[in-house]
Each structure stands twice: as structure tokens, then as C-alpha cells.
Write a protein that binds this ligand. Structure first.
Ligand SMILES: [Ca+2]
Ligand SMILES: [Ca+2]
Ligand SMILES: [Ca+2]
Length: 237
């Protein structure tokens, strides 16, 4: 039995055709073109403070994050490396590259955060999320910092780090995670990718994400997938 789940951002929900309302969400960021507008549902947050101790934020620190500036910066690999404290960045290889990525290059803060809101319009609570994304190191690091992005999701009222979706180098992360407090129908899933600001005077590595897929396993297959993934979790420990 196929149970239809509709996951989309609150902002584009009304514009989506029924065919687009599926049990998954994808984002390749190419629709940004070379403009300064992030896709619907995406926000830049930052954690105030100085350069990091290369420790990932606690859930409490993550909850203290402040909303950044909506307009993106635009930066391509042909440009001189740069950094911004309160903006996310539309990145690409060159100014004519149609493959766009959403990235960060923090400075003068604890770190920069890419934040995604996804509305659950499935009609049922969501317990399990399967998520994959590509991470690209756009410029090499010259300082000590956490490698790549640290992934968090809001579970109830707790920002929860999920190491299975940390991606330390250019490549693709893929993992499944489970809510302790399921996201009710009409509730919003909140995901964050954290890029710490190194404490040195040189630039951080400029990082970006691409080709995100968020999938909610169908109820009929949920238990089998959960069992398989649980086995993976236990093997890793
Ligand atoms: Ca892209
Ligand atoms: Ca960094
Ligand atoms: Ca820095």
C-alpha cells in the first residue's frame, strides 16, 4: 500500500503540483542562478563569539544561534577567497557555472549555519528521515578547524548532533536518523549544517553543500529499514 507523504517547504507548498508533492525533497541549488536569493525554506544562522576551539557546538549553543542576513553573497572559485560573518554564499566554479552550491565561509563568529525548514504535510507523524547531500571543499583550509559540516536536527526542543551526516571532506554523506519526538503532521523538520570559524588569522576552508535529498521511508517499509539502519548504528559503536 502506497501512503502518500508530502514534504515541502511551507513557502512553496501552494505552488507545488500534486506530482511534485512526494515523500521526498530534493535541492540542487541550481535554481538560484547567480542571484542572491536562497531557495525557499533555507536560512543563514550564526553563533556569536570568536574563533572556535574546533569543538562542535553543544545543543544549547546551537539553540542560541542568531538569524543572519537573508541576501546571499555570490562567490566563485575564480574569485579571491573571502569570508562573511552573517551571510550564506551562492557558490560555483565560475561566474557562468550553472551548477550552484550553498556555502559558508565564517569569520568573526563561532561559526556559520545553513538552516532548512521542511513542513510535514504527510498527514502522519514522521519518525525516520533518510538524508543525503554532497559536500564540497571550495578552497583549502590554512587553519585548524573542524573539517566539513557538522549536522544537527531539532528533536522536540533539542538540537541534536548526528555524526552520521558529518561530511569531513569533498564527498557525499548518507544516513538515516530517528526522532525521539516524532514531527507531527503540520510540524516542521529543522536541519542545520554547522561550519566552525577557525581561531587563526588565515581564511577558513570555504565549504558548500549540493544535491540534497531528504526522504521519508514509506510506513510499509519503515520497520525493515529501521532495523537495518539500527544494525549499522550498533556496528559503528
Ligand atoms: Ca548544484
Ligand atoms: Ca570552518
Ligand atoms: Ca577564521
Amino acid at each position: 500500500m502506497k501512503t502518500k507523504l508530502a514534504i515541502t517547504t511551507a513557502i512553496v507548498l501552494a505552488a507545488l503540483s500534486p506530482a511534485a508533492a512526494a515523500d521526498y525533497y530534493t535541492q540542487n541549488f541550481d535554481g538560484m542562478g547567480t542571484g542572491v536569493t536562497a531557495p525557499p525554506g533555507w536560512y543563514m544562522y550564526y553563533i556569536a563569539g570568536g574563533g572556535s576551539s574546533s569543538l562542535p557546538p553543544t545543543g544549547t549553543e546551537m539553540a542560541s544561534a542568531l538569524l543572519g542576513i537573508p541576501a546571499l553573497k555570490v562567490w566563485n572559485q575564480t574569485d579571491t577567497p573571502d569570508a562573511w560573518s552573517q551571510e550564506a554564499v551562492n557558490m560555483g566554479a565560475t561566474s557562468s557555472s550553472t551548477d550552484r552550491l550553498l556555502g559558508t565561509s565564517p569569520t568573526a563568529t563561532r561559526g556559520s549555519i545553513l538552516h532548512l525548514d521542511l513542513l510535514n504535510t504527510s498527514g502522519a507523524p514522521i519518525n525516520t528521515v533518510s538524508l543525503s547531500y554532497a559536500m564540497q571543499v571550495m578552497t583549502g583550509a590554512t587553519q585548524t578547524e573542524l573539517p566539513g559540516y557538522s549536522f544537527y536536527y531539532l528533536d522536540g526542543s533539542t538540537w541534536t548532533p548526528f555524526l552520521g551526516l558529518n561530511q569531513p571532506s569533498t564527498g557525499t554523506a548518507f544516513a538515516q536518523f530517528y526522532y525521539t519526538t516524532p514531527v507531527p503532521n503540520g510540524g516542521t523538520m529543522k536541519f542545520r549544517w554547522f561550519d566552525d570559524n577557525d581561531a587563526g588569522s588565515g581564511p577558513d576552508a570555504m565549504l558548500a553543500i549540493n544535491d540534497l535529498v531528504v526522504n521519508i521511508p514509506e510506513p510499509g517499509t519503515l520497520s525493515l529499514l529501521a532495523l537495518g539502519a539500527l544494525a549499522l548504528v550498533f556496528r559503528r559503536r
